[in-house]
Design a protein around this ligand. Structure first.
Ligand code: NDP
Length: 286
């Protein structure tokens, strides 16, 4: 097995980008996908199509998994558990930290090592110098495969706990989904008022540049300091009410601002009306 050879299992948009990047870098790439036709283009570019999961695992020491979730991971690996022995499985499938830890144990029990990964860029970012992936798991396994992993993205190593990469990934994605859905809701209000997404874009870019707020609030969150010296929830609630009414008057669904309003109301009912928005971090914790 050449040092520059790898197996990629899972050929959704992400796995396609990964296998394609390895081919571009001159790697020998073996691929397997539940729906075999998704490998056709990669095979035409020089990848080897494994006929079975067993053949895909046997082909290389390093096996990259890029699947929808860990249910898919088990559905595939359970087809050839004996072939896992001696392999390093770079599991770049996203799921919960608990499932990442369970899978690491399951894979270890079959004589292999799991490196957990959480990719921080969309498929076109694979193979670009600024892209990063959260990794956790045995450091020596990551070091042994550093060169091959760095073909995909840079390595943001978090520690030995196999759940850590999944945890960091999920925290980031928590922020990503809520932030981006807010952007789409605002664009829907803009469109409903005859303002195109492109027209509003420069304003959205300015509004969504949260860096100042992120940096200002982080030390206060850590210090449990929620003083309402620069903002307070009572003022915030009035503002969100205006957002809700503007959306509704524009014929746009108001459930997103209504959910925020509900959170603000709960925080105010818990006596945080004069406190900063950061006191929501207390309300969120059940
Ligand atoms: P997809 O959901 O498109 O990946 C689908 C892959 O999983 C396909 O190969 C599919 O096989 C396979 N699969 C799903 N269920 C099963 C199953 N039960 N048995 C066997 N195979 C199964 O995801 P992406 O390619 O977009 O992403 C892959 C991973 O990367 C995900 O965990 C995602 O969260 C993560 N990620 C994705 C990003 C993105 O922008 N796309 C960004 C960062 C991370 P088949 O082709 O047969 O359906």
């Amino acid at each position: 097995m050449a040092a520059t050879s790898v197996t990629v299992i899972g050929l959704g948009p992400m796995g396609q980008a990964m296998a394609g990047t390895y081919l571009d870098k001159g790697y020998e790439v073996t691929v397997w996908n539940r729906t075999p036709g998704k490998a056709d283009e990669l095979v035409a570019r020089g990848a080897s199509r494994a006929g079975t999961v067993e053949a895909a695992l046997n082909a290389n020491d390093l096996v990259v998994l890029s699947l929808t979730d860990y249910t898919a991971v088990y559905a595939i690996l359970e087809q050839a558990p004996a072939a896992l022995a001696g392999r390093t499985v770079a599991n770049l499938t996203s799921d919960t930290p608990a499932r990442a830890r369970e899978a690491a144990e399951w894979i270890t029990a079959r004589g292999a090592v799991q490196i957990t990964g959480g990719v921080q860029v969309p498929p076109p970012g694979i193979g670009t110098p600024e892209a990063l992936t959260y990794y956790s798991g045995p450091k020596e396994a990551i070091e042994a495969h550093r060169t091959a992993l760095e073909v995909l993205t840079g390595i943001d190593y978090l520690g030995e706990d196999p759940g850590l990469a999944a945890l960091y990934y999920q925290i980031g994605i928590d922020m990503f989904w809520t932030g981006l859905v807010g952007y789409l809701h605002g664009q829907a209000v803009a469109q409903a008022n005859g303002i195109s997404a492109q027209e509003f874009l420069p304003h959205a870019i300015k509004t969504m540049d949260f860096r100042y707020f992120l940096e200002f609030y982080a030390p206060r969150i850590d210090a449990d300091d929620h003083q309402g010296d620069v903002d307070n929830l009572a003022m915030g609630m009035a503002s969100v009410e205006h957002v809700l009414h503007t959306a509704q008057a524009s014929g746009v669904d108001g459930s997103l601002p209504a959910a925020i309003l509900d959170l603000f109301r709960r925080a105010i009912a818990a006596d945080h009306g004069r406190d900063s928005l950061t006191s929501l971090t207390k309300i969120f914790k059940l």
